[in-house]
Ligand binder design. Structure first.
Ligand code: PA5
Length: 445
């Protein structure tokens, strides 16, 4: 029995239970395509069995390297972008607490954008730190992480000398191809392979996510165990009402068909901010193609109730919300009595802050439903490695099913290349001369 629940009572103004049931045979068909590898993108289905296929040898190696990083370094810089960055950050930020008070190295990120000031300041910050680097790129050629790695490697080599620096670099890349693979082999970096059949945004449970997460001190076995139990549950349950991933995929597609083209993932804990970013990439890059797709947006409540709340309540009616709730908080805090009660809050005396947050969530849900924004809810027992692992696998499977329902290949991202070609041309990369001339003309016109 999975402990993650999908509730849809607050969406019944727009959809009804019998409509969900009508999707039963369609979801079975899509599930079959995924498990038998007969659908679009079937070369990228390695994520389905990852929780079961990750052997103890690999886990021990990851844990050993993570211990070395933790012993030798005050900071670890994780270099990567997109699927080679967001999963690790999502898990680390969700599990190490909002103020990152967990013991172990500080985790810093690079190569997830090209901002000059950020990378300049990062290099200055690192100057007086003992640090290690985890560089992640499946293709091994992505510009953002490649540039960041060149900059950081130079500093690391100047600081420690080439040989010692090489022992502080951990590369995660393709088994055979790409510049990073070549560099790692030539320089003798400790290396991990991203399986051929796992795409970037489905790779958090490979070394791409596991090494940075272990270096940050998170229990990777717990993460995988949650994913494994969710995988088994989803495989065993065919009925759409018993299979939460299928149910969520159906619900969002039903809402999409009724004009709800934006999905807003809402949570009430800032620790989930980067989990929402991971979710946005997973669904955005998987579904947004051929002129179709649900636009994945994210909000962090109650913070964003004071910014986006107005729009959700009274703005354009093209969205639905999916609220991620936690049944239990990790930490407790009780509101004290104040004898003067000048702030008028004594009616909350003795109440948990978590209770106040929960009432804000319930009140918001009903208000948004009254504002004609249907609400789905995904309920998690609590935020720990096990349940987060389950949630990751749940969303991966839901995304794959949802993509098939939409009629797209959820495992490719052809549209990402367009900006790269223009950027290469404008940067003067050899081979792009003709395009460069045309682009310059357009920019100057
Ligand atoms: O999900 C994806 O495939 C992408 O987001 C990639 O992860 C991202 O573009 C980074 O690619 P790479 O790992 O090849 O550097």
């Amino acid at each position: 029995m999975t402990q993650i629940k999908v509730h849809y009572q607050q969406a019944l103004s727009l959809i009804n239970t019998s409509e969900i049931g009508l999707f039963d045979s369609e979801t079975k068909l899509h599930r079959q395509k995924l498990y038998e590898g007969t659908g679009a993108g079937s070369d990228f289905l390695g994520w389905i069995d990852l929780p079961d296929n990750t052997g103890s040898g690999l886990l021990e190696r990851i844990e050993d390297d993570a211990s070395i990083i933790r012993e030798e370094s005050d900071a670890v810089v994780v270099i990567g972008i997109g699927g080679s960055y967001l999963g690790a950050r999502a898990v680390i930020e969700a599990l190490s607490g909002p103020l990152h008070a967990a013991p172990g190295p500080e985790v810093l990120y690079a190569g997830h954008h090209l901002d000059e000031e950020y990378h300049h300041d990062l290099l200055s910050y690192l100057e007086n730190k003992e640090y290690s680097v985890i560089v992640i790129s499946k293709s091994g050629t992505t510009t953002e992480p490649a540039v960041a790695f060149r900059l950081i490697r130079r500093q690391l080599e100047e600081k420690y000398g080439q040989q010692k620096a090489a022992r502080r670099i951990f590369a995660i890349t393709d088994a055979r191809r790409g510049a990073l693979k070549q560099l790692a082999t030539e320089q003798g970096y400790a290396s991990y392979v991203i399986p051929d059949d796992v795409g970037g945004r489905y790779s958090v449970l490979t070394p791409v996510g596991l090494l940075p997460v272990a270096a940050a001190g998170v229990d990777i076995r717990g993460l995988l165990s949650g994913a494994r139990d969710m995988a088994a549950h989803l495989r065993e349950h065919h009925d759409v009402f018993e299979n939460p991933a299928a149910l969520y995929a159906v619900l969002r597609n039903l809402l999409y068909k009724k004009g709800r083209t934006t999905e807003i993932l809402a949570s009430y804990t800032p620790s989930l901010f980067f989990f929402t970013e991971w979710w946005k990439q997973l669904f955005g890059e998987s579904e947004g193609k051929q002129g179709k797709g649900i636009f994945p947006a994210g909000v962090s409540f109650t913070t964003d109730l004071h910014s986006m709340g107005q729009f959700i309540q009274e703005g354009t009616k093209n969205s639905f919300e999916t609220v991620l709730t936690l049944k239990k908080n990790r930490k407790t805090l009780t509101i004290p009595e104040d004898k003067d009660n000048l702030d008028g809050l004594n009616y909350l005396t003795g109440k948990r802050l978590g209770f106040v947050n929960e009432m804000a969530a319930r009140g918001t849900m009903l208000a948004h439903v009254d504002g004609h924004v249907p609400n789905l809810e995904i309920e998690l027992p609590e935020l720990n490695a096990y349940h987060l692992g389950s949630l990751i696998y749940f969303f991966e499977m839901a995304c794959a099913l949802s993509g098939y329902m939409l009629g797209v290949n959820p495992f490719d991202q052809p549209g990402v290349e367009a900006y790269k070609r223009n950027m290469f041309a404008l940067l003067g990369k050899p081979g792009f001369e003709e395009e460069a001339a045309k682009l310059r003309q357009r920019l100057n016109s």
